[in-house]
Write a protein that binds this ligand. Structure first.
Ligand code: HEC
Ligand code: HEC
Length: 434
C-alpha cells in the first residue's frame, strides 16, 4: 500500500490559500510533503530550543520523530500553531507561523503522518488530523480547525465529509476490503421513495455515514471505490442491499463493538457504542433500522439466533495463554524473546489480564505493564529486545511517553503477548521473571 502523496486536498488547500492570503503555495503536489526536510525545517527554525529532548517545554519533545508524532496525535501541535482557543499559542513569544508552513504540517499529517511509505499491508493506527475548511465545504467556518480521527470508526464534524478530512488510504489498512455483492436488490419503484418523511430520514442516515470512515468502502460516489455489499450512493432505498444481519448490526441490535469505538467526546460527537456506524443521534439511527427490521418481519428471536458478529476476533482475543517455552519470555539476560517472527506490537502484562483487541477502544486492556508499537514505516522487531527499551522506529504506548515501565519482580508470573500485526498474535504465554 502506498500513502497517496499526490494529494488532492493539498492542492485544494493551496487554491484557497492563494485566494485568501495571496500567499505563494509551497506544497509541491507531485513530490508531496515529507517529515524530513519539510516538517523538520519548520520545527527546527521555529520551535527549538524550547522543545528539545533535553529541555522539553510542557513535556512536548519536537526534535525526535516519535515526539512530533505524539504531539501530532494528541492534536495539540496543530491546535497550538493555529492559535486555537484552549491551547497555548505557538511558537511562544513569536508571531504565528506562515500559513504555508501550517498548511505543510497539516498536509503531512492528513496523509498519514509518516516520512516514508508504510510497509505494505501493515495496519496503520488511528490518529487525529486537523486542518482548515476544505473549499466547497458548505458549512460555515467557526474559525477553528476541523479535527478528524482517521480510522474506520473515526468521524469528522457533523455535516462534513470524512473524505475531505480523513484518508481512506489509512482506513483501508485497518480491515480487508473487497467488492462483495449486495444481498438484495433495490426496487427502482419502491413506494417509500414517494414518502417525504422516509426520504428525509434516509438522507440524514447517509449524511451520518458520510462523516465517518465507513464511506471508504460503503459509498461508491463518495470514495470512488466500488462498495462492499451496501452502497449509500446507490439510487433508491439502498438498505435493501443489506442482509437481515446487516440491518441488525446497523441498528445496534447485533453488537459490532468488537471492532472498537471512539467515545462521542473524542470523536466530534459521534460514537458507535450502540449502533453500527458512528452517529450523533443513537435513537434516530436505531428507530430507522428497527423499522426496517419490522418491515422485513425480522423478530428478536431471529436476531438472537444470528451468528455472533466477529466471532473470529473473539476467538483470537479469548485465546488463553500457555506456559512460555524455555526460549520465550523475559530471559536471564533481561531481554524479551518470542518465537522467530518479527513483531509490530509487544505487550508485557499482568498474568490473568485480557488479551488486546483492535483499536481505538479494545487494544489497551487493563493490566498492561508495557506496550511497545513499531511504526508502520519500518519492519517488525526481531526477538531479543530489552524490557522498557524504545529502539528506533518504535514508540512506547504504555506507560505514557518518557515513563519507565514498572520493574518486573523476580519469581513473579507475567503475560507476554506479541503480535505480528493487529489480531495476529505470534506469542501468547506466561513466563516467570528471572
Ligand atoms: C520560546 C519557547 C517556545 C517556542 C519557540 C515554542 N514553544 Fe511550544 N511551548 C513552550 C512552553 C513554555 C510550553 C508549555 C507551557 C504552555 O503550554 O504555555 C509550550 C507548549 C507547547 C505545546 C502544548 C500546548 C498546549 O496547550 O497543550 C505544544 C503543542 C507546543 N508547545 C508546540 C510548539 C511548536 C509546534 C512550536 C514551533 C512552531 C513551539 N511550540 C515553539 C515554549 C515554546
Ligand atoms: C476497508 C473497507 C471497509 C470499511 C472501511 C468498512 N467496511 Fe463494512 N464491509 C466491508 C466488506 C468487505 C464487507 C463484506 C464482507 C464482510 O461482511 O466482512 C462489509 C460488510 C459490512 C456489513 C454487513 C452487511 C450485510 O448486509 O451483512 C456491515 C453492517 C458493515 N460492513 C458495516 C460497516 C460500518 C458501520 C463501517 C464503518 C464503521 C464499515 N462497515 C466500514 C468493508 C468495509
Amino acid at each position: 500500500m502506498t500513502i497517496n502523496t499526490s494529494r488532492k486536498s493539498g492542492a485544494a488547500a493551496c487554491v484557497i490559500l492563494a485566494v485568501i492570503t495571496a500567499a505563494g503555495c509551497i506544497i509541491d503536489d507531485e513530490a508531496g510533503v515529507s517529515y524530513d526536510p519539510d516538517v523538520t525545517r519548520i520545527i527546527s527554525s521555529s520551535c527549538y530550543p524550547c522543545h528539545l529532548s533535553a529541555a522539553a517545554s510542557g513535556g512536548i519533545i519536537l526534535d525526535t520523530y516519535d515526539g512530533v508524532r505524539k504531539a501530532v496525535e494528541s492534536t495539540a501541535l496543530v491546535r497550538a500553531v493555529n492559535h486555537n482557543t484552549g491551547y497555548s499559542p505557538m511558537p511562544q513569544g513569536a508571531g504565528k507561523l506562515a500559513q504555508t508552513d501550517i498548511d505543510t504540517i497539516q498536509t503531512w499529517i492528513k496523509n498519514g503522518s509518516f516520512e516514508t511509505d508504510p510497509i505494505d499491508g501493515v495496519f496503520i493506527q488511528p490518529f487525529g488530523s486537523c486542518q482548515g475548511l476544505e473549499p466547497g465545504d458548505g458549512l460555515a467556518s467557526q474559525d477553528e480547525l476541523v479535527c478528524t480521527n482517521v480510522a474506520i470508526s473515526g468521524s469528522t464534524e457533523e455535516g462534513r465529509l470524512f473524505m475531505d478530512y480523513g484518508s481512506c488510504d489509512v482506513v483501508l489498512t485497518q480491515r480487508p476490503y473487497w467488492n462483495k455483492a449486495p444481498f438484495g436488490r433495490i426496487d427502482p419503484d419502491d413506494p417509500r421513495l414517494g414518502d417525504q418523511a422516509f426520504v428525509t430520514e434516509l438522507e440524514w442516515i447517509n449524511s451520518q455515514v458520510r462523516a465517518s470512515g465507513c464511506v471508504c468502502c460503503h459509498d461508491t460516489a463518495g470514495s470512488g471505490r466500488r462498495a462492499a455489499v451496501w452502497d449509500i450512493s446507490a439510487a433508491g432505498v439502498w438498505t435493501d442491499q443489506l442482509s437481515d444481519q446487516g440491518v441488525a448490526i446497523l441498528s445496534g441490535k447485533v453488537s459490532s463493538g468488537i471492532l472498537g469505538t471512539f467515545t462521542a467526546g473524542a470523536n466530534n460527537g459521534f460514537s458507535r457504542d450502540s449502533t453500527g456506524f458512528p452517529t450523533t443521534d443513537v435513537e434516530r439511527v436505531q428507530a430507522f433500522f428497527n423499522n426496517e427490521l419490522v418491515r422485513r418481519g425480522v423478530t428478536d428471536a431471529d436476531i438472537d439466533a444470528m451468528e455472533e458478529f466477529g466471532y473470529f476476533i473473539v476467538d483470537i482475543i479469548e485465546q488463553q495463554p500457555g506456559e512460555c517455552a524455555a526460549n520465550e519470555g523475559v530471559l536471564a539476560d533481561g531481554k524479551i524473546y518470542w518465537d522467530t517472527e518479527p513483531a509490530r506490537y509487544i505487550y508485557v502484562k499482568e498474568a490473568g489480564s485480557d488479551n488486546p483487541g483492535v483499536p481505538p477502544s479494545n487494544d489497551n486492556p487493563e493490566g498492561v505493564l508495557w506496550r511497545l508499537d513499531v511504526l508502520p514505516t519500518v519492519e517488525g522487531l526481531s526477538p531479543g529486545i530489552d524490557y522498557g527499551a524504545v529502539p528506533g522506529g518504535t514508540y512506547q504506548v504504555t506507560p505514557d511517553n518518557a515513563t519507565a515501565p514498572p520493574p518486573l519482580v523476580s519469581g513473579e508470573q507475567y503475560h507476554l503477548y506479541v503480535l505480528r500485526d493487529i489480531l495476529v498474535p505470534v506469542c501468547n504465554c506466561i513466563f516467570t521473571a528471572p
